[in-house]
Design a protein around this ligand. Structure first.
Ligand code: SAM
Length: 268
């Protein structure tokens, strides 16, 4: 039997709309999210409610952020969901997630993200990491590989360092294009991001970590010394026990944090 459903909505490319239609995959994602009433449950981009319905089934309230006004209207009229949903129409990239906080509760955030904005959206959500218990996102498989990459590999980059600074990164499952309508051009994967209660390598000034990583990865083929020229002397690299002849992808999260902390101390 086909597990594809009739959508009754024309997918909008500019909103990154690829709707999940594979019930087996949907069940596995909902199982991974593990919805409950002890957390503020938040979905980004509910779309036609493929994940929204099964998640809302077992909980009292679900907050959703959806950009597409037509889809928001559909959700408002949804016979089962309408009493359980708190709907915010707007851009998740601009959304102030702290307004959803309730005393003593952290958020569980999830979504089959529009791939065109997934990286900036994760950067936006990292700002709320202390208020988040877990995030489950459907992403391009390539982005999940970048999030979970180890130093010294091709996939290791600025996104890796920032994600692994804030979170434990756990790939959950791979999802083929046929699981969506319309099918995306790329393979997809679901990742679980669990923000650290206590960061393994605390950073004194997150702006400096952002600055150091974006400067370091500016030219991947250049050495750390060349990319970070003007920020650190050779003497400072050796004081931190960091080999300045390394390429940016060979430098660990711990070492990037050490560089950021040194920069913060120099600027204070
Ligand atoms: N959750 C649905 C599913 O799994 O079938 C839809 C997923 S679809 C890949 C992405 C959803 O995010 C769409 O509903 C789209 O309208 C919405 N969206 C796109 N850009 C958005 C943004 N900036 N803020 C909030 N939602 C957005």
């Amino acid at each position: 039997m086909s597990n594809k459903v009739h959508l009754g909505h024309t997918a909008r490319k500019r909103f990154g709309q690829n709707f999940l239609t594979d019930s087996n995959i949907i069940n596995r994602i909902v199982g991974a999210i593990s919805p409950d009433n002890e957390h503020v449950m938040v979905e980004i981009g509910p779309g036609l409610a493929a994940l929204t319905e099964p998640v809302a089934e077992s909980i009292d309230k679900l907050t959703v952020v959806e950009l597409d006004r037509d889809l928001v209207e559909r959700l408002k009229q949804h016979p089962v969901l309408k009493d359980k949903l708190e709907i915010h129409q707007g851009d998740a990239l601009q959304f102030d997630f702290s307004q959803l906080m309730q005393p003593g509760k952290k958020m569980k955030v999830f979504g089959n993200l529009p791939y065109n904005i997934s990286t900036p959206l994760m950067f936006h959500l990292f700002e709320y990491a202390e208020q988040i218990a877990s995030m489950h996102f459907m992403l391009q498989k390539e982005v999940v590989l970048r999030l979970s990459a180890s130093p010294g590999t091709k996939a290791y980059g600025r996104l890796t360092v920032m994600a692994q600074y804030y979170c434990q990164v756990i790939p959950v499952l791979e999802v083929p294009p046929e699981s969506f309508t319309p099918p995306p051009k790329v393979d997809s994967a679901v990742v679980r991001l669990v923000p650290f209660a206590e960061k393994p390598y605390p950073c004194d000034d997150i702006k400096q970590l952002q600055h150091v990583t974006s400067t370091a990865f500016n030219m991947r083929r250049k050495t750390l010394r060349n990319n970070l020229k003007g920020l650190f002397s050779d003497e400072e690299f050796s004081r931190l026990n960091i080999d300045a002849s390394l390429r940016p992808e060979q430098v660990s999260v711990e070492q990037y944090v050490a560089l950021a902390n040194l920069l913060a101390s120099k600027n204070s």
